[in-house]
Design a protein around this ligand. Structure first.
Ligand code: E4P
Length: 218
């Protein structure tokens, strides 16, 4: 499973990149707002050190508008993926971009049928939002399993990009189901390293090594 990082905070992306855990980056208008910097400048800076795909979201409500935005966004870096919302206009744009060889990521997916529609339009990625489904008492991971089954049955090459990840269990479930990608917020990425037995084990080893060192001949 590929790990994308779900943030527009360049310093956080650099930290995760240094750990070798950035196969790509996803951004959205809310993440850009949170980062508090110019959109273009931010994406251009990320593109200087991230080799993998960087999703940049369109804001227009018409296919024509989305295609215009896409023309600009693809000039911001080597591996820009055009993120498009799951609407009929969005799917028109995805079809056109796909025929031009431009990669797309269909966002705000909440049902397996939306994912199938996006795949049929030629989407490179579909982004089902598991956390937001869990928030309203529906099974986020349930739709990941269903989409996996549908895409496998029909041998669709569209990749399942698990989004709206909130905790390490989402990452575990995504990996067990066989999602292609999970996009992880920086705080959740850090949690993946942690276990209390790892921490206490390190402390014990260090303490024992100190005792052992004291016994060495001078
Ligand atoms: C990424 O592509 C999505 O926009 C993001 O994961 C949404 O996460 P949220 O539901 O925590 O806002």
């Amino acid at each position: 499973m590929q790990f994308f990082i779900d943030t527009a905070d360049v310093e956080e992306i650099r930290k995760a990149h240094a750990l070798g855990l950035v196969d790509g980056v996803t951004t959205n208008p809310s993440l850009i707002k949170k980062a508090g910097r110019d959109h273009e400048q931010t994406i251009r800076e990320i593109s200087t050190f991230v080799e993998g795909p960087i999703s940049v979201e369109t804001l227009s409500e018409t296919a024509e508008g989305m295609l215009e935005e896409a023309k600009t966004y693809v000039t911001w870096g080597q591996n820009i993926v055009i993120k498009v919302v799951m609407t009929p206009e969005g799917m028109k744009a995805v079809r056109a971009l796909s025929s031009q060889g431009i990669k797309t990521n269909v966002t705000l997916i909440f049902t397996p049928m939306q994912a199938l529609v996006a795949a049929k339009a030629g989407a490179t990625y579909v982004s089902p939002f598991v956390g937001r489904l869990d928030d309203i008492g529906q099974s986020g991971m349930g739709i990941i399993s269903d989409i996996r089954q549908i895409f496998d049955t029909y041998q669709l090459s569209t990749e399942i990009l698990v989004a709206s990840v909130r905790n390490p269990v989402h990452m575990l479930d995504a990996a067990l189901i066989g999602a292609d990608v999970a996009t992880v917020p920086p705080a959740t990425l850090v949690q993946l390293f942690k276990h209390p037995l790892t921490d206490s084990g390190i402390q014990t080893f260090l303490k024992d090594a100190q005792a052992w060192n004291r016994k060495q001949p001078a």
